[in-house]
Write a protein that binds this ligand. Sequence first.
Ligand code: CA
Length: 237
Amino acid sequence: VARLLVVEDDETIGDALHTSLRSHGYEVRWERTGRGALAAVAGPVDLVLLDLGLPDLDGVEVCRRLRALLPSAVLVMLTARTEEMDVVVGLEAGADDYLTKPVRLAELHARIRAHLRRDSASFAGDVSAVPIGDLLVDPAARRVTLAGAEVVMRAKEFDLLARLAAEPDRAVSRETLMADVWDENWFGSTKTLDVHVAAVRRKLAEAADSTRRRVPAIVTLRGHGYRLETPTGSGEG
Ligand code: CA
């Protein structure tokens, strides 16, 4: 059973979320403040729904601290339309996704299911490890290494890289990535895809710096999607 933490100070919204999530079989804890949320994550949490407008602490700051405390949990922000800027900052602060209020429950449940799906088994990729230059993407072990050094990825970052690595040097459309990595019934914005691509790029660049090896580039194909490009030549230059 997935353990969810709802952080929402609005009684009506919080009660609706709490009730609906419990009726879908999740174990749900509801906190009404940022401080309450930070205290609640002493126990195991798989997914957090975080309202950005909290009475005591700045929502983005709570997001940043929750990310540090819960490196592998899924963080979904709940935001009012007027908080668009906070969404971008929140995604950069470690959130995985966001939902705009008023939250539609069907969308909420679809997103939660997509985020909690532990593997990208829906795409018919080979599960054998794929070497791309010095980078090794190993779906069976869910591990990425560069010249033997581990590159630590979060769950969806790994799924995204593995999906691109399944077809190196070939264009993969945004729709395909959203369907294979998240869910075929994904609702709404795909900003979350770009944020995850940015995170994977950053981690690969850091690994390249520390190992002095070359990594494949994730090339943006405007109006289409992305392509993972094998580095020309290999090893240290
Ligand atoms: Ca609020």
